[in-house]
Design a protein around this ligand. Structure first.
Ligand code: ZN
Length: 828
């Protein structure tokens, strides 16, 4: 055994002993460092080749064994039980001393751990810039996962001075994919369809068991195992100064997007971070240009408003988040792009992909586009970022530390928010436990009050006006400005004076999205949702505190270490292992079917996620089952997650997918569904799926937002207020006013004499609670949730998304109440 192997092995044992819960690849005799080609039989990025997850993990294990610059750690298991891995890549000496560098990062991340200037300066002098690179979270954006092997190999073997300098000054956390299940879904599909007419098409299923593309919409809610494991790696253990998330975009626009981002910026991101993002982005763009690549775009399309992505979460941990989006080929098959296609491709910040602009100085001239082009650009980008991380190591460490230190200062003005409270006794214990658990899991400090506190709460009514002073809406959370009041022991408090201050602010405050219109007066679409305020979405009361009577020394508080402490406080069953501990909320056994069509539907996935989380049994109903019929013998209730009627009825068009994936429920399915309801079944539709029920069942309702121009009405992912009739069994025990998630959703009016029972309406005033709502008058007082009798059965229509991304817990009780009453319908 060579001495370096022995030392690394000993260091590993030390590391394992000190930090546990990790496992590493088996150590064995040294070997020469294998190239990806020597292991896979092809070079990653070659046309029509693809490595699945076991090939990727096998390669990284070999690299770990062979190279003293590489150490591979298993983080845990994915949703479908594949290993999640990270490769640490750095100079040999750094790899041997990883625990030391992790300790430095943890001190830099929390300046309260640094008591003297000398200690601080030592951290700056000795620390390394920690960079995380994550590949192919979106599995059809497959090239980066393949690229990861080549990048690791080159860093493990290069001997030039520049690479050595990078390895000396940085520690790379390379995540070959944060969605291993998806890599195999795509790789298996690609191999199966290679050489068929379907080669290069995307698989007709979600590439994450629950979330599909929304696997990158979960970084503050932490519903998914993958997000939980990587959040622990990044924001409990390693606190990278730079996070680079590698994606692909559509095929016909720019060849490569890299920041600076487009407007609007999130107001809770430090301007220093946005400038550093821009600096790194321009370095990448310049290096790509110098290497002869065309079609690089900056300052367009992608914005930093929304909080829950892999590349946006870092800002709320005082780190730099970088995104790149390479133009896609057809999975690993080359594609041809024409000038006409480029000319038709237009987006915010880019008139079209043939026209030179300052932020797009060198359009790509059309032609063949290969996976290799994508991979080469991503390799250059990764290298540029590492070079910056290395050259400006001291600055990155200092900026990171200073942002954390700044956040520890008391808010400057009297009347500023100093904390948020989660008062005891909300009768929403599971939601409270989940909210606090998600906060703790992402490293936010939450304290329990072991003794009462006396506080003044902030007036939480925010008026929103446009620049002309015209009132646009009112955001309201919690009560009005209070006199000094007592908060009981057992409540929870989240202070702003913590390193992650702006994560707290951005999660607890309402989002006030700027009114952005195109020159034609239409709404300019944000990149993702406009509002997400977490306590609101979850129906948890979380007022802001402006004054606390007790001094810091007088307060009796306990810092919570994990979600189970909250569950224990609230006398909820504890979480053990992977099982969700939540008790099935249905009042009796109900046979539930959830429609799962041939077109992958994220809302369907999240519906399953919510049912699994709440341990409510269900069966997925496929198109073929719908066409077959006999639904009453199997189900009391059938749920259609949000999906367009044409997709439900027609499914994938024949010829676009292999025959077994073509077709929808068809007219036969519609007929069987009508029979099901007429015989006493309950049909439940979410958002877009209501359209199908209204038209096919000829219900006396109309979606008032259908066909309305975005200049008149627009609401892209926001929280709105409902007025609830809680005398209706479906709203039993709910408050009269409730927040609901609206994402280009629906609102109904009923025919005058119709036999329709309204359960909730959009509020008569102050509809918007968080996000963006253009044309509030179109929503005011319209029907949001209703029940219509059909034959012996019922149709329940949700205009909004009651289970959006597994986040909108405020409205989940509607679903449980509806299902609890489903057997009553059957037995009538
Ligand atoms: Zn993507």
């Amino acid at each position: 055994m060579q001495s370096h192997r022995l030392i690394k092995y000993l260091a590993l044992i030390l590391y394992l002993t000190a930090f546990s819960a990790t496992s590493f690849a088996q150590r064995s005799a040294p070997e020469s460092i294998p190239s990806p080609k020597s292991v896979l039989g092809f070079t990653p990025g070659d046309d029509r080749t693809i490595a699945g997850w076991s090939q990727i993990t096998d390669y990284f294990e070999r690299l770990d064994r062979a190279s003293d610059r590489v150490l591979v750690q298993t983080l845990g298991q994915s949703t479908l039980k594949r290993p999640m891995i990270v490769a640490f890549i750095s100079a040999r000496d750094n790899i041997l001393a990883l625990p030391k560098y992790k300790e430095i990062q943890q001190q830099l991340a929390d300046p309260r751990k640094v008591t003297q200037d000398l200690q601080r300066d030592r951290l700056f002098a000795n620390g390394k810039t920690v960079v995380a690179i994550s590949c192919s979270i979106h599995s059809t954006e497959i090239v980066a996962s393949q690229m990861s092997m080549q990048l690791a190999y080159e860093l493990a073997t290069a001997q030039d001075a520049e690479t050595r300098e990078i390895l000396q000054n940085t520690i790379l956390l390379l995540i070959p994919s944060p969605n291993p299940d998806g890599i195999d879904i795509v790789a298996n599909w690609y191999r199966k369809t290679l050489g068929t007419p379907y080669e290069g098409r995307e698989p007709p299923e979600l590439y994450h068991h629950y979330a599909g593309h929304d696997d990158n919409r979960d970084w503050f809610m932490l519903n998914l195992k993958e997000t939980q494991l990587i959040t622990r790696l990044l924001w409990h253990d390693w606190f990278p100064q730079i996070v680079y998330d590698v994606h692909q975009q559509g095929s016909n626009g720019s060849r490569f997007f890299i920041p600076p981002f487009y407007d609007p910026p999130n107001p809770n991101i430090s301007p220093v971070l946005l400038r550093q993002v821009g600096l790194i982005g321009h370095k990448v763009a310049a290096d790509l240009q110098a290497a002869g690549f065309k079609g690089v775009l900056t300052n367009a399309l992608y914005d930093t408003w929304w909080h829950g992505g892999f590349r946006t979460a870092p800002y709320f941990h005082n780190s730099i988040g970088i995104l790149s989006e390479a133009a896609s080929a057809r999975l690993m098959t080359p594609s041809t792009v024409t000038t006409e296609q480029l000319a038709r491709s237009s987006t915010r910040g880019m008139r079209n992909a043939t026209e030179a602009m300052t932020n797009f100085p060198d359009p790509w001239p059309a032609g063949e586009w290969r996976p290799r082009d994508i991979m080469n650009m991503e390799m250059i980008a990764a290298r540029s970022i590492l070079e910056m991380a290395s050259k400006f190591r001291g600055e990155y460490l200092r900026n990171f530390y200073e942002l954390g230190r700044e956040n520890l200062k008391q808010p400057p003005n009297k009347g500023d928010t100093v904390a948020y409270l989660i008062p005891a006794g909300q009768a929403r214990d599971e939601a409270v436990a989940k909210l606090i658990g998600s906060l703790i899991d992402q490293g936010v400090e939450v304290f329990r009050l072991d003794h009462e506190l006396h506080v003044v709460l902030r007036s939480q009514i925010l008026q929103r006006t446009n620049p002309a002073g015209e009132k646009l809406g009112t955001y309201k959370i919690g009560g009005s400005l209070s006199a000094m009041q007592e908060v009981p022991a057992g409540s929870y408090i989240v202070f702003l004076t913590q390193p992650q201050r702006y994560n707290v602010v951005a999660l607890f405050e309402p989002q006030i999205y700027p009114n952005r219109l195109t020159p034609l007066g239409e709404a300019e679409r944000p990149y993702d949702v406009a509002g997400w305020t977490l306590p609101l979405q979850m129906g948890v009361d979380a007022p802001a505190v402006v004054t606390i009577r007790e001094t810091a020394n007088e307060r009796k508080l306990t810092l919570l270490r994990d979600a189970n402490e909250v569950r224990a406080d609230l006398a909820l069953p504890l979480k053990k292992g992977d099982e969700s501990p939540i008790k099935n909320p249905l009042k009796q056994a109900v046979r539930v079917g959830i429609y799962k069509g041939s077109v992958g539907n994220m809302d369907e996935g999240w519906t399953r996620f919510v049912f699994d989380t709440f341990n409510v049994p269900y069966t997925s109903i496929r198109d073929v089952d719908m066409r077959k019929g006999g639904l009453n013998s199997k189900f009391d209730a059938v749920i259609f997650p949000s999906q367009a009627a044409t997709q439900i009825i027609n499914g994938n068009a024949a010829g676009t997918v292999p025959a077994e994936y073509a077709g929808g429920i068809s007219e036969a399915g519609v007929k069987n569904l009508k029979e099901f309801v007429n015989n006493g079944g309950m049909l439940v539709c979410f958002d877009n799926a209501c359209d199908m029920a209204i038209k096919e069942f000829n219900l006396p309702l109309r979606n008032t937002l259908e066909g309305v121009k975005s200049s008149e009405f627009y609401c892209p992912g926001s929280i709105v207020a409902l007025d609830v009739d809680n005398k209706h069994p479906i709203a039993a025990l709910l408050p009269e006013s409730l927040p609901a998630y609206f994402i280009n959703s629906s609102a109904f009016t009923a025919a005058a004499d119709a036999n329709v029972r309204v359960i909730a309406r959009y509020a008569k005033e102050n509809v918007l609670l968080s996000g963006w709502l253009l044309g509030e008058d179109k929503l005011r007082g319209q029907i949001a949730l209703t029940e219509v009798g059909v034959g012996k059965g019922r149709v329940v229509l949700f205009g909004f998304r009651p289970q959006h991304r597994g986040q909108s817990w405020a409205t989940l009780p509607f679903i449980w109440n509806a299902l609890s009453s489903a057997t009553a319908a059957t037995s009538e």
